[in-house]
Design a binder for this molecule. Structure first.
Ligand SMILES: C[S@@+](CC[C@H](N)C(=O)[O-])C[C@H]1O[C@@H](n2cnc3c(N)ncnc32)[C@H](O)[C@@H]1O
Length: 261
């Protein structure tokens, strides 16, 4: 068998189908918008992402799964046009509100899903997809990012396949199967004739700044799905005796994947 025989897009889909990941719809992301807007834009993650971008010769940027504008808004001052695309209305509203607060008049939003028709999505010099590529059909998603970029593409995708630290899963007594991680993307890009650069960004996971146990349990449930009374009980008993470092868990790791057209 050679690597040419492997359909990595199909493997990714098959892998995703085996997970019991709680699929998030737009309304679930709507509920996260205010919290993300207050934190994501000033985060070390955003600094790390932006520090790896090259805007030379670029006038426009498309930010796919833009959320509250974490990446697009941070570089909008250096560009003529920034388009934020997301299927969550509340995320787009947060992006527009933040753009107004920053007195940016070159920011537009586009209410759209990865899965919908993209014929009117503008081509831009730079295309980014930050932490927003957990989609059913990653091959089509990568082809779309590639087609919409004139100069460069930047994306981040999960390393290791777990949104909840496996140590916390063990505490609760529920094992969540991994979601497909970045290695599929590299292989699909290779098949597309793209030879991407690879780097990594690590940052504190979302549990780190939980203010109390209820907040901690809510954050665990966001990525694992609702916890039953027994699971909450186990988590609470562990939380009471855990050190601050144990509560914080291991950092989130993202693969930073970029390529030139
Ligand atoms: C983890 S947030 C990332 C937001 C921002 N890019 C960042 O890095 O802070 C994921 C974003 O992708 C959006 N998203 C998830 N699935 C999507 C889909 N199928 N189509 C469009 N947007 C989607 C969500 O609404 C959310 O704003």
């Amino acid at each position: 068998m050679t690597i040419e025989a492997i359909d990595f897009g199909r493997l990714y889909r098959d892998h995703l189908a085996t997970t019991q990941r709680t699929r998030k719809d737009a309304s679930a992301w709507d509920r996260r918008a205010a919290d993300m807007a207050s934190k994501a834009l000033r985060s070390s993650y955003a600094d790390e992402f932006i520090g790896r971008m090259d805007l030379t010769g670029a006038h426009s940027l498309l930010d796919v799964g833009c959320g509250p504008g974490t990446i697009g808004l941070a570089v909008a001052g250096q560009l003529q046009r920034v388009v934020g695309l997301d299927y969550s209305c509340a995320m787009l509203e947060a992006m527009r509100a933040k753009a107004a607060e920053m007195r940016l008049s070159n920011v537009e939003t586009l209410h759209r899903a990865w899965e919908e028709c993209w014929s009117d999505v503008p081509q831009c010099d730079i295309v980014v997809a930050s932490r927003s590529t957990t989609v059913d059909d990653i091959s089509t998603a990568l082809e779309r990012l590639h087609a919409k970029a004139r100069l460069r593409v930047y994306l981040t995708h999960l390393v290791g396949g777990h949104f909840t630290d496996p140590a916390i899963q063990a505490v609760i007594g529920r094992q969540v199967p991994s979601v497909p991680d970045y290695i599929y993307l590299l292989n699909i890009l290779h098949r597309m004739g793209v030879h991407p650069r690879l780097d990594y960004i690590a940052h504190e996971n979302r549990l780190a700044d939980a203010v109390d146990f209820d907040d901690f349990a809510r954050r665990v449930a966001w990525s694992m799905g609702e916890l039953d009374a027994y699971e909450i009980c186990r988590l609470h008993a562990w939380y009471e005796r855990a050190t601050p470092n144990e509560r914080m868990g291991s950092p989130m790791r993202w693969a930073f994947i970029s390529w030139e057209k």
